[in-house]
Ligand binder design. Structure first.
Ligand code: TUI
Length: 314
């Protein structure tokens, strides 16, 4: 299952662990990289000092390549964008916006830039700006979601750009990996399944909710604010949706209600009043496992399916 993505990044399997806020720290990223995938630290809304410390830690845990995800809506985006240069991070992924203003500096520093794109137009834009690959993420994913599904988005992005496409959104087992390859992807990014990795340091309550979740247990909310977010339905999400449809609640009040909710669920374990962000593939996630086992299992299953059903063209 070697593809151009493996050669490009010096990794064994073309599988990225998604850079999930309050989840993807040095512990999870190192475990995914040691498992042969690409581990990614989420810079989320943290400042550069926090990120520098995580980068230092990840380097004590692995000597394999790793990445940092920069959430472009972060108030600290400018300083973390500089920190990845100073710390010589090999790979940067971006999300929740356009990375255009940082691209030149990152490319001059020799960083491989792989933006998440929700549409063909944005894929073309970042390819022209020098991205070495794109992550085409469908709305099945958890957290901040675009409009299109993975099934529709991935082949259209593959047709539109001549850099490798990594598929994301709804992929949680080998069948998903094989399907992504059949759509033209040369790699996958997996988020939800890594929530239950042994090395994932989120609260056990959050992991238990993911394991219990069924197919229809997620919903999106926040479209009114311009950034819909997918999470498990719970008391918090129901109240958020009620306020979203209440015209007496201002956008600022709605935004404030959501602030800190992911941290509350992921770190404090309050899975009633916090936001349990997760993708639609939660229903496929059955048990806690080491990250390396998740990667090996998914890639092995995918390889068997692709060998059985079609020619594999890496
Ligand atoms: O970024 C994600 N997922 C996220 S970010 C996040 S933190 C957050 N918390 C609360 C509210 C909002 C964010 C939680 N989950 N995935 C990657 C992703 N990027 N999905 C969609 C996009 C995206 C959207 C628009 C990428 C580019 C883009 O450009 C267009 C524009 O208008 O900026």
């Amino acid at each position: 299952m070697k593809t151009t993505v493996c050669e490009l990044l010096g990794i064994e399997y073309p599988l990225f662990q998604g850079g999930m806020a309050w989840v993807a720290d040095a512990s999870l990223a190192a475990a995914a990289s040691n498992g042969g995938g690409l581990g990614i630290i989420a810079a989320m809304n943290a400042n550069a000092d926090w990120l520098r410390n995580e980068i230092k830690t990840v380097r004590t845990l692995t000597n394999k390549p790793f990445g940092v995800n920069i959430m472009l809506m972060s108030p600290f985006a400018d300083e973390v964008a500089q920190a990845v240069i100073d710390e010589r991070v090999p790979v940067v992924t971006t999300g929740a916006g356009l990375p255009t203003k940082y691209m030149q500096a990152w490319l001059e520093a020799g960083i491989k830039v792989i933006p998440v794109v929700p549409s063909v137009a944005i894929a073309k834009l970042v390819a022209r700006a020098g991205a070495c690959a794109v992550i085409a993420e469908g709305g099945e994913s958890g957290g901040h979601v675009g409009e299109l599904t993975t099934m529709a988005l991935v082949p259209q992005v593959c047709d539109a750009v001549d850099i490798p496409v990594i598929a994301a959104g709804g992929i949680a087992d080998g069948r998903g990996v094989a399907a992504a390859f059949m759509l033209g992807a040369r790699g996958v990014q997996v988020g939800t399944r890594f929530l239950v990795a042994k090395e994932c340091t989120i609260h056990q309550n959050y992991k238990d909710k993911i394991i219990e979740a069924k197919d229809i247990d997620t919903a999106t909310a926040g479209k009114r604010l311009g950034h819909p977010v997918r999470a498990l339905r719970n008391a918090f999400l129901r109240e958020f949706i009620r306020r979203e449809y209440d015209s007496s609640v201002s956008n600022e009040e709605l935004e404030a209600y959501g602030t800190g909710a992911l941290r509350l669920a992921a770190r404090e374990g309050d899975v009633k009043n916090g936001s349990v962000m997760a993708g639609q593939s939660s229903g496929l996630v059955k048990k806690e496992q080491p990250a390396a086992e998740i990667i090996a299992e998914m890639m092995c299953e995918a390889e068997a399916l692709l060998k059985g059903g079609a020619l594999f063209c890496g």
